[in-house]
Design a protein around this ligand. Structure first.
Ligand code: SF4
Ligand code: SF4
Ligand code: SF4
Ligand code: FES
Length: 982
């Protein structure tokens, strides 16, 4: 700690604290246009000059030192600040009253006020560039750009898409996309980081333009006239008066613009942000305080909200009449659901009904869904879509370390020396997590190994890329473990102290030699040796994996093998280490956590544990079934077998996202009674008898649990549309029609009940989750949570972890002479899953209008295919037509098809083979035959897709190049002591 005097007052600070952070923390005020705490010092604006020992320094770049005497208001400092800001104003026209960014948070406006600027000494100079409107979501106005470089810093070093730069050497510098492309044709992935951090109106969301202000929707000619009037009066009145008028207008806006915190509805990263709305119009998404994401989002969270006000939202219950549906009142629909469920239960028993909860719904809704199944109907037939992706990872962790969740936080992934990614296209499936890994790799020397079938972005960035044969990860991971044990590279002290089962585990590895691993996986032995070496040299390693591992017939065993590897290398229990099976949907973690599983009550408490059941029976005041119910794979079989008669399914497009979709659809057609609750008339609704209109995330309250076990609150941004209801209310209505007598007034009451029955969530309540506060489970009754698991013990009775031997079986559905190509499948950055939500955002549709199949250049040449060629893919289970994209992301005879299609879903081609431990479908094990059709269409990826761009990597904004300009001199008559970036 050091002592620093600021304007005569002594403060205590940490040695490495930035002066600007100390000033801000202690309530001081110094101008700071380019500084943003989440970007660090950018050093382009020079407005933060302060005086120390007679010299001027940038407060944003200087670290505190003991005994420092700082003056923020000395004559020299003030003069330098004003001079620096004058230069900024020469790049920006102040027309605040008619500016959509006049919302109280414009840095340029606020700094003008702070410095009491009355007149602009350096006149505004227009730049010789047009406004760029070519991105569907945001626009860049060079004339308003103050060249602060925040956007460049965010794009280069936070998002690490490396699209933006500033041409500092040009007579008229500006922000460039891919070094000079239009935004629309650049590598920009529309993540929105740049727009979020822009301190003024140079970069703005198009949804703001013409909507935020009272006068901003005026025609351009009228606006220009008003701007001229303002400029005309400025010499006489000064800016003070003009700013007062704009502040009055800004204050009026506060009454009609609502800012509501929510949590993203798409992936499991758990980004949270404020949503700005004016009536039902979404003005913008503003990320800043989210504990998982800060300023970060991807295109879906920032801009993908077209589904909310989509014209085809379901707004009223529907009841089937023959082949058609008719609108119905809630009373009629609920009464039909209740009487039919009761009738089927009375005739065929409670186990002839089944319930599927949604990983898009809240924790409270999943809890109520399983309570409805168990306490009201009396069956454990309840599941959720984690069966389709995450159950094997959960199983692997249950077997080895005890808790079925990520063992640490996103910050641990940032801290690791080495990140090993297996079967995860992180940059597209978990984009904000990818930014943290990309940034640590780019800036902090983190090492990255990627194993995948495709050479996706993370693979291209990796220090080492492995391309094993499909479905062989278990083998090479086990071989690495054996190599480390055999060569004395395991962490013996950790094993001795914390791990059981070493002897049996060592024996189980007998066949897993490097030579055999190389033969089976196709990865050269030398490469595998390098992997082992890198792992042994890393002080702390995190392993990230996803559906490339879990959606295999040995998904549970491979996940187990990964955790075993972490154990023998001592990569648990410390920051920067651990297992990270990245969760797909926003609340796939929470849906299982809260008991939508056939064998577990909330908090992973077994249904056949009498003590647990007794606790829930006392709480719910009903007897509960003790036998494990059907999982969703078994439900489909049971329908085909005539044992399951009725189903209630919420928010899942199961007829196309389950594997072997034709078989699943045929099952649904056989149901006696099918209730589907959704926000759109999905493909699955086609099989329904009753359709109930639920509400999307923005229209309800509740909590989601992200991949890092982080429970976060979402607040209601908008009222439910028309006759829609939040799903928790609908489930309660159904339960009450069946005589349950529930009286929940608010989801917080549901959470209180969960906490009272579930030790894992004992300390969770809405007060502790208020605003941006969050908790990472398990949460003790006093509210203590565990961002990093296993700091004191593993979650087994003796506190030790367990090495769990697994053997090699090999993948199903292998290629043969007839089905000669391997078909891989997965997510795409722009769309979430099948695209039911994301296709309703016009800009996303523009950039990524359709599904496609990726074909390698080798295969394209062999079969005469070009991008746009229609092909028919035929598997042992179905067929479909799709256009090809020729790309070196895939190799040889391996194809890749993203999931984003309702019309041609890849699951028409996948099988019913599953991982026997969890019944998770082996989606990734599919073989197809390809018929090349004569028809050649457009490339399904349009030229405006970011994949065609050419990024321009550099380390941030490279301000040193600005300082080298002949016309640049630091403000303050050369008194400045320049600091260069670390
Ligand atoms: S990728 Fe595009 S939206 Fe994201 S920060 Fe870079 S330029 Fe901005
Ligand atoms: S566009 Fe970039 S450089 Fe220009 S003002 Fe905005 S953040 Fe600063
Ligand atoms: S989709 Fe995932 S990464 Fe993108 S904003 Fe939402 S939570 Fe964040
Ligand atoms: S805040 Fe811009 S140089 Fe310090």
């Amino acid at each position: 700690m050091v002592k620093v005097a600021i304007d005569g007052i002594v403060h205590t600070a940490q040695t490495d604290e930035l002066l600007i952070d100390l000033i801000n923390r202690t309530g001081g005020s110094v101008p700071q246009v380019c500084y943003h705490p989440q970007l660090g010092p950018v050093q382009t604006c020079d407005t933060c000059m302060v005086e120390t020992n007679g010299r001027l320094v940038r407060a944003c770049a200087a670290e505190v030192a003991d005994g420092m005497q700082i003056s923020t208001k000395s004559v020299k400092a003030s003069a330098a600040q004003v001079e620096a800001f004058d230069r900024i104003l020469s790049n920006h026209m102040l027309y605040c009253t008619v500016c959509d960014n006049n919302n109280g948070n414009c840095t340029v406006h606020n700094t003008t006020k702070l410095l009491a600027i009355e007149h602009q000494r350096i006149p505004f100079r227009s730049k010789p560039y047009e406004v760029d409107n070519t991105n569907p979501f945001y626009r860049y106005d060079p004339d308003q750009c103050i060249l602060c470089g925040r956007c460049v810093e965010a794009c280069q070093n936070v998002e690490v898409n490396e699209t933006l730069s500033i041409n500092w050497e040009d007579p008229n510098p500006r922000v460039l996309w891919d070094g000079g492309s239009t935004i629309g044709e650049s590598s920009c992935v529309s993540c929105g980081h740049c727009v979020t951090v822009c301190p003024c109106n140079a970069l703005m969301e198009k949804t703001m333009l013409g909507h935020a202000g009272f006068l901003t929707s005026l025609k351009k000619s009228a606006l220009s006239g008003m701007i001229e009037v303002v400029k005309g009066v400025e010499p006489e009145t000064g800016y003070g008066m003009i700013l007062q008028v704009s502040e009055a207008e800004s204050a009026m806006r506060q009454h009609r613009i609502r800012k509501t915190k929510t949590v993203c509805t798409y992936c499991g990263v758990g980004c949270s942000f404020d949503v700005w709305t004016k009536d039902r119009h979404i003005l913008k998404v503003a990320p800043e305080h989210g504990p998982a994401n800060g300023i970060s989002t991807c295109v879906k969270g920032k801009f993908g909200w077209g589904h909310i006000n989509s014209e085809d939202r379901l707004t009223t219950p529907l009841i089937r009449e023959g082949e058609k549906f008719r609108q119905a009142s809630w009373d009629e629909a609920l009464s039909l659901v209740a009487t039919t469920f009761s009738g089927i239960k009375a005739k065929d028993g409670a186990d002839s009904l089944a319930f599927i909860s949604s990983s898009k719904c809240t924790n409270e809704e999943s809890y109520l869904m399983q309570k409805l199944a168990r306490a009201v109907i009396g069956t454990n037939n309840v599941d959720n879509c984690s069966r389709y992706c995450q159950s094997p990872a959960t199983q692997g962790l249950f077997r080895t370390v005890g808790y079925g969740g990520d063992s640490g936080s996103i910050t641990d992934m940032e801290k690791a020396d080495l990140v090993l990614i297996i079967g995860s296209n992180t940059a597209e499936s978990h984009p904000v997590i990818a930014t943290r890994v990309k940034s640590a790799h780019k800036l902090d020397g983190q090492k990255l190994i990627v194993s995948d079938l495709r050479e996706h972005e993370m693979a291209r960035r990796a220090d080492l890329f492995l391309h094993p044969k499909p479905g062989t990860d278990l083998f090479w991971v086990n071989a690495i473990s054996r190599y480390l044990l055999d060569n004395g590279l395991a962490h013996t002290k950790f094993l001795d102290q914390w791990v059981n089962g070493l002897d049996d585990y060592r024996k189980s590895l007998e066949t897993f030699t490097m030579e055999a691993a190389s033969r089976i996986s196709g990865v050269p032995e030398e490469t595998l040796n390098t992997v082992a070496q890198m792992i042994s040299e890393a002080k702390c390693m995190c392993i990230l994996w996803a559906m490339g591992v879990t959606q295999q017939s040995q998904g549970s065993d491979t996940s187990t093998a990964i955790s075993n590897l972490l154990l023998i290398t001592g990569n648990y229990m410390r920051p920067g280490t651990g297992a990270y099976p990245l969760r797909g949907h926003n609340n796939v973690q929470g849906a299982s956590d809260h008991g939508s599983m056939p064998n577990m009550l909330p908090g992973y408490q077994s249904v056949n544990d009498p003590e647990v059941r007794h606790r829930f029976e006392s709480g719910w005041k009903v007897p509960l079934p003790s036998a494990k119910g059907l999982d969703n794979h078994q439900m489909v079989e049971a329908i085909h077998d005539g044992k399951l008669k009725a189903m209630y399914l919420i928010g899942e497009e199961m007829s196309i996202v389950d594997s072997n979709a034709n078989y699943v659809g045929a099952a649904f057609a056989k149901l006696d009674f099918f209730v589907v609750q959704d926000i759109f008339f999905s493909n699955t609704c086609r099989y329904a008898d009753v359709v109930l209109p639920g509400a999307p995330s923005l229209e309800k309250e509740g909590t989601f649990t992200s991949t890092e076990r982080r429970v976060q609150r979402l607040y209601q941004v908008l009222e439910p549309l028309d006759d829609c209801k939040p799903d928790w209310k609908i489930i309660q209505d159904v339960a009450n029609q069946l005589g349950a007598g529930w009286h929940y007034q608010h989801p917080s009451e549901v959470m209180d009940e969960i906490a009272s029955l579930t030790p894992m969530f004992a300390g969770v309540n809405y007060e502790r989750l208020a605003g941006y506060k969050s908790l990472q489970w398990p949460v003790a009754a006093d509210g203590t949570d565990e961002p990093l698991l296993y700091t004191k013990r593993f979650a087994f009775p003796d506190g030790k972890a367990q090495l769990f031997p697994v053997s090699w079986i090999g993948p199903t559905d292998q290629a043969d002479a007839q089905f000669d190509l391997h078909l891989n499948n997965g997510r795409l950055l722009e769309h979430f899953h099948e695209g039911n939500l994301t296709y309703r955002t016009e800009g996303i549709r523009e950039k990524t209008p359709d599904v496609f199949v990726e074909v390698s250049p080798e295969l394209a040449e062999e079969r005469g295919i070009q991008s746009g060629t229609w092909v028919q893919l035929v598997s042992r289970y179905g067929q479909l037509r799709v256009r090809a994209v020729v790309t070196d992301r895939v190799h040889g005879h391996e194809l890749y098809m993203p999931m984003n299609s309702v019309e041609s879903p890849v699951n028409r081609l996948t099988s019913s083979h599953t991982d026997p431990v969890t019944n998770t479908p082996a989606y990734k094990e599919a073989s197809v035959h390809m018929n090349v059709l004569a028809e050649v269409g457009e490339n399904p990826l349009p030229r405006i897709n970011s994949r065609f761009g050419h990024p321009t990597p550099q380390n941030g904004v490279e301000v040193e190049r600005k300082w080298k300009r002949p016309d640049y001199a630091p403000p303050g008559n050369g008194l400045v002591q320049l600091q260069t970036k670390k």
